[in-house]
Design a protein around this ligand. Structure first.
Ligand code: DGL
Length: 268
């Protein structure tokens, strides 16, 4: 059995934790939300790298066997540095532009991600590997993360802002939309209201968790068990509200795991 750290700027990484609990329920998890500092996507590259490193070192010090950087923004800006400073497996999250290019019928793909992800060298290097018969309409989702952090994913306010961000993607005739931020799967209902049911939504949580599973197998730490592991939620802002949001946003039943929440700094 393993202890797995899952880190995000806030509640977005819960979309990855949800898939991890579905595929790998036997492990123990620490979910670390830096909600006091969200959104990361509108901060400088240097700030994102330094803070992501501090967060991942904290998880490594808690004894994690592997860490999932469940944040596209932190992955794009900081994963190379994190990997160079920590010796445990570090699994990142990238916008699924490759599967999107393969699945799109008309070759027009929308990419909704944070500004810091879209400007990153890592994202642009990935984009450069794809055939140029696919057109990507890139859009920064400014303002969406704070609304999701405030529990307003399904509100009219979010729908209005999302409508503005998705307009260029819709106008270009995209048949596929990449959810390039782990917060955005929680907008799926609102996105469907705006774009309809025919557009394909690409979210990479399944692929990320399969990669985590492979890494655990390589460490010989993926034994099966009938017993579910525990989930500890750590927040830099408000642990009570993080746990409440986790109960609300996760499709897995947290009652099947022993779970508790603590403030960052309260664990040694
Ligand atoms: N969940 C994040 C991502 O995947 C970060 C969003 C933010 O804090 O701006 O990019």
């Amino acid at each position: 059995m393993a202890l797995i750290g899952v880190f995000d700027s806030g509640v977005g990484g819960l979309s990855i934790l949800d898939e991890a609990l579905r595929q790998l329920p036997q492990h123990d998890y620490i979910y670390l939300a830096d909600s006091a500092n969200a959104p990361y996507g509108e901060k400088s590259n240097e700030w994102i790298t330094a803070r992501s490193l501090v967060m991942c070192k904290y998880l490594a010090n808690q004894g994690c066997d592997a860490i999932v950087v469940a944040c596209n923004t932190a992955t794009a800006q900081a994963i190379a540095q994190i990997r160079s400073e920590l010796s445990i497996p570090i699994i990142g999250v990238e916008p699924g532009i490759k599967p999107a290019a393969m699945q799109s019928q008309n070759g027009i793909v929308g990419v909704l991600a944070t500004e810091a992800t879209l400007r990153s060298d890592k994202f642009n290097a990935l984009l450069a590997t794809l055939p140029d018969d696919c057109r990507f309409i890139k859009q920064a989702g400014a303002g969406l993360v704070p609304l999701i952090e405030a529990g307003k994913a399904d509100s009219e306010e979010t729908l209005d802002l999302l409508g503005k961000h998705l307009a260029p993607i819709l106008d270009a005739g995209s048949d596929t939309l990449v959810l390039g931020c782990t917060h955005y799967p929680f907008l799926s209902k609102s996105i469907r209201r705006l774009l309809g049911t025919t557009i394909t939504l690409i979210d990479t949580s399944d692929a990320v968790v399969r990669q985590l599973k492979r890494q655990l197998e390589a460490l010989d730490k993926n034994s099966e068990s009938k017993k579910n592991g525990s989930v500890t939620f750590i927040s830099s802002k408000n642990e009570v509200s993080l746990l409440a949001m986790a109960k609300d946003l996760l499709s897995n039943d947290l009652n099947l795991h022993s779970s508790h929440a603590v403030m960052l700094g309260e664990m040694s």
